[in-house]
Design a protein around this ligand. Structure first.
Ligand code: ZN
Length: 166
């Protein structure tokens, strides 16, 4: 099976579906990942360019461990990727054509982070742009970053069990 992960930032692929990817790799599925931003805002003490390099290097290392064979970096700006959907469609379209994924892991549309929500919009817009393509539409599965989904009423944090220290 051909599997594609849409990760808004480096680490979403590992946090969101790392275990599932290891299972896919064990079945010799072909796995690719697209990083929409390079998460440069996560390393504020570095310049954007340096931070991008560090996080992309980490993503490549993570890909080796998880069994992801191909990684692509769209390099839309971290935090404001939603303002660049048209550019994202132009970049993502040839990747979808080439990889022809049968299964796509992507964020949940109600996650709070703007880049996670933008990732869903980007996949929808790209799919709409490709509706005349020959490849069958992929099945979609949400990343398990659902703890980032905005709680409807009160903050859930205090109700969570304390984790053991290790
Ligand atoms: Zn993220």
């Amino acid at each position: 099976m051909r599997v594609l992960v849409i990760a808004p930032h480096p680490d979403d692929e590992a946090i969101g579906c790392g275990g599932a990817l290891c299972l896919h790799a064990g079945r010799r599925d072909k796995i690719s990942a697209v990083f929409i931003t390079s998460g440069e805002m996560g390393l504020k003490h570095l310049t954007s360019e340096k931070a991008r390099q560090v996080r992309e290097a980490e993503a490549r290392k993570s890909a080796k461990i998880l069994g992801i064979q191909t990684v692509e970096f769209l390099r839309l700006p971290d935090w404001t990727s939603g303002e660049h959907i048209r550019k994202g469609v132009r970049l993502l379209q040839p990747i979808l054509d080439r990889e022809a994924p049968e299964l796509i892991y992507l964020p949940h549309p109600q996650e709070w982070h703007p880049d996670h929500r933008a990732a869903v919009r980007l996949v929808r817009a790209t799919s709409a742009a490709r509706r005349h393509s020959q490849t069958r539409p992929a099945r979609l599965r949400n990343l398990d970053t659902a703890h980032f989904v905005r709680p409807r009423r009160k903050h859930l944090g205090n109700d969570l069990p304390q984790t053991a220290s290790r």
